[in-house]
Design a protein around this ligand. Structure first.
Ligand code: UFG
Length: 327
């Protein structure tokens, strides 16, 4: 029987898109999620096991039940600001629970692991575009916990028969083109869906956090990457590990930066709507520019992003309208 791919956090934003793409490509998946943040209606592919990574017995039961060939680990809290307010929560959920998962992987001889990492491991950029050898100096418990996991994975890989790929996402955005699933965080904190809230009248305005940055229009520049391009990278990473590839880490971005104002302009273009924009204070901890170099993954795994900002905003808008029952 075919080995299954275990997806932790498969009810979440990126995990559900990867689950969908894997299933469409013929993989058999098991979603492990405690539904603390994810959405059960996003688990439309594979089988679902409601379990908590904090509970070793629950995790072991899943590994006992299925023949797992590889793990893709998404389950984590993602709010950088929240991690500053409550670091313990993040070290328990994002670090300790990952250690639990790794312990069970070893117990069941699962030796292929894909880790959902982040641009936040780099901290304030020393140069851009940021490549994988850029200094790692995270400025939040969120970023530090992700970096600690990467270091643990490296130790596992050096000492045990174990290989991993860490994928460092820049700004994940966009939605599945057929609108099955999309971005849905409660409460929302990401720029593009927040702008849609201003478009739909769900919130009064969109606040621009800082207009005095050293960028072309004074607002922060980010590298927005379509969730489907991210999903594709996970499949390439999985194929790489399944065919005997060794541990590695890769950045995932488009290599192009857009300012907050440029994203707002794109939303105006795509929706054809006007909305209120308020210039506001800087948000603590925001680097002025974050742009990825994804040269390494394009060279090593032949990954190439297919979607640009316009497709990102279009798909995200269609999904938002469906979610908010505006269509
Ligand atoms: N922004 C606004 N107004 C808002 C919300 C965001 O101006 O209401 C700005 C932010 O200041 C930032 C940009 O829009 O400059 C993008 O902000 P997001 O919150 O959408 O994304 P971040 O770049 O802060 O965070 C993303 C991921 C994190 C990850 C981080 C890595 O969401 O999980 O990149 O640096 F840690």
């Amino acid at each position: 029987m075919k080995k299954k791919i275990l997806i932790t956090g498969g009810a979440g934003y990126i995990g559900s898109h990867v689950n969908k793409m894997l299933s469409e490509e013929g993989y058999e998946t098991v979603v492990l999620d405690n539904l603390s943040k994810g959405h059960e209606e996003f688990i439309k592919w594979g089988v679902f096991e409601k379990a908590d990574l904090a509970n070793m017995a629950e995790v072991e039961a899943v590994f006992k039940k299925y023949d797992i060939g590889a793990v893709i680990h998404f389950a984590a809290f993602i709010e950088v600001g929240e991690s500053v307010k409550d670091p313990e929560l993040f070290y328990k959920n994002n670090l300790k629970n990952t250690l639990n998962l790794l312990e069970v992987c070893r117990k069941f001889n699962v030796d292929k692991f894909i880790f959902s990492s982040t641009a936040a491991v780099y901290g304030m950029p020393v140069y851009t575009p940021i490549d994988e050898i850029h200094p790692k100096s995270p400025i939040s418990p969120y970023g530090r916990a992700k970096l600690m996991v990467e270091e643990i994975l490296k130790d596992y890989s050096d000492s045990y028969s174990f290989n991993y790929v860490a994928l460092r996402y820049f700004n994940a955005s966009g939605a599945s083109i057929d609108l099955d699933i999309g971005e849905w965080h409660e409460p929302e904190s990401h720029l593009i869906p927040l702008i849609f809230d201003a478009v739909s009248g769900k919130r009064q305005d969109i606040k621009i956090f800082g207009t005095d940055y050293d960028t072309q229009d004074g607002t922060c520049v980010r590298d927005y990457i379509h969730v489907l391009d991210l999903a594709e990278a996970h499949i390439l990473a999985l194929e790489y590990l399944l065919s005997g590839g060794k541990s590695d880490c890769f950045n995932l971005g488009n290599g192009k930066g857009y300012s907050v104002r440029q994203v707002i302009d794109m939303v105006k273009k795509v929706t054809g709507k006007e909305f209120m924009i308020t210039e506001s204070e800087r948000r603590p901890g925001d680097p002025s520019v974050l742009i990825a170099s994804s040269k390494k993954i394009s060279e090593k795994l032949s990954w190439k992003p297919k979607y640009g900002l316009e497709e990102i905003v279009k798909s995200a808008w269609q999904w938002y309208r469906k979610k908010e029952k505006l269509i």
